[in-house]
Design a protein around this ligand. Structure first.
Ligand SMILES: Cc1cc2nc3c(=O)[nH]c(=O)nc-3n(C[C@H](O)[C@H](O)[C@H](O)COP(=O)(O)OP(=O)(O)OC[C@H]3O[C@@H](n4cnc5c(N)ncnc54)[C@H](O)[C@@H]3O)c2cc1C
Length: 301
């Protein structure tokens, strides 16, 4: 059977793209291997009507919405290869099956690369986070740390200052601040520690202390980390999609990549802040792009 479109990735972006495609009578399959970036968190915030929802519950509700439409199937599988044959795509999944589709949407998301600090994984997602818009309210006015080894440190610290004035920024042994930046941080009573971190300490995911190379310890209740980001799937690069200088997939406003018939939406474009509601809205837009291209191909001119 020839599908109108396959959507790869069942995060908010792929789920919303699937909804809009289904409602346009398109025959589609959504493939998702269910390893989203935010799986580590207990609650998601900032999506109106869903504030505080568990990420798994968000997905369950979204899939319930999709099940109303008989023209969509959801397959819990990883897509491992896509190749173009004439004007169609052959989509190969990890259970050995092949599917044929006119269009492909990549909503595959990004992966966080954490700083290599002992204890980091014990606290990330419970008291250490990467985005103040997502989790700043829960940590407001507490004794916080910003852990950053890269050039995003100054901007991140300045943003976190909105949620708490009790701030220490740790660079884990890296000299990343200019003299002027250090003076500005000090002027705002933000402590800069450039000593290497030995370990993070605490219990049940709740940060309590940070221990440094020189033996000193500071007390902190939580904070934010600047992580590195990489594509969660190599499919876009393997297809020959042009990438932008942030490591995201380059597209037009409706998600069209440089490969005809291949579209992208959500975090993997690295063109907007990482937020559920933004990823979902991009999913809506990319589906409109696909539908309008299918209409143009079907319509007799
Ligand atoms: C710790 C943390 C907390 C966050 N908290 C919030 C919050 O409170 N509020 C908020 O708005 N945002 C939050 N975010 C950001 C939010 O999670 C992302 O912006 C959003 O999930 C991006 O949606 P997406 O659909 O683009 O990608 P994702 O949600 O990452 O979904 C991508 C999906 O594609 C699947 N996939 C990838 N490759 C393949 C393949 N080859 N085959 C099949 N499936 C594949 C993955 O398994 C995954 O299920 C948080 C992020 C993190 C890291």
């Amino acid at each position: 059977m020839l599908l109108d479109c396959v959507v790869i990735g069942g995060g908010p972006s792929g789920l919303n793209a699937s909804l809009v495609l289904a409602r346009a009578k398109k025959n589609i399959i959504l493939f998702d291997d269910d390893k989203p970036r935010n799986a580590i968190t207990h609650e998601s915030h900032g999506f109106i009507t869903r504030d505080g929802i568990k990420p798994s519950e968000f997905k369950r509700k979204a899939k319930e919405d999709l099940m109303k439409y008989p023209n969509i199937s959801v397959h819990n599988q990883r897509v491992i290869d896509i190749r173009k044959e004439n004007q169609y795509f052959i989509i190969h999944t990890d259970d050995g099956n092949d599917y044929r589709s006119a269009k492909v949407i990549l909503s595959t998301g990004m992966k966080d690369v954490m700083p290599d600090i002992k204890g980091m994984h014990d606290f990330y997602g419970t008291s250490l986070f990467n985005c103040p818009f997502c989790d700043g309210w829960e940590l407001k006015d507490r004794a916080l740390v910003v852990i950053s080894e890269n050039e995003r440190a100054f901007h991140m610290t300045k943003m976190i200052f909105n949620w708490s004035k009790d701030l220490v920024v740790c660079t884990n042994g890296n000299k990343i601040f200019s003299k002027e930046q250090k003076e500005l941080l000090t002027k705002n009573s933000i402590i800069v520690i450039e000593e290497k971190i030995v370990t993070l300490k605490g219990e049940n995911g709740h940060l309590e202390k940070i221990q440094f190379n020189n033996g000193e310890e500071i007390v902190r209740e939580g904070g934010f980390v600047t992580t590195g980001l990489e594509q969660a799937s190599p499919l876009a690069q393997n297809l020959g999609c042009i990438m932008n200088n942030m490591g995201g997939i380059e597209t037009d406003d409706f998600g069209r990549t440089n490969i005809e018939g291949v579209y992208a939406s959500g975090d993997n474009r690295m063109s907007a802040p990482s937020q559920l509601i933004i990823a979902a809205s991009e999913g809506c837009k990319v589906a409109m792009g696909v539908i309008s291209d299918l209409v143009n191909e079907d319509f007799k001119w």
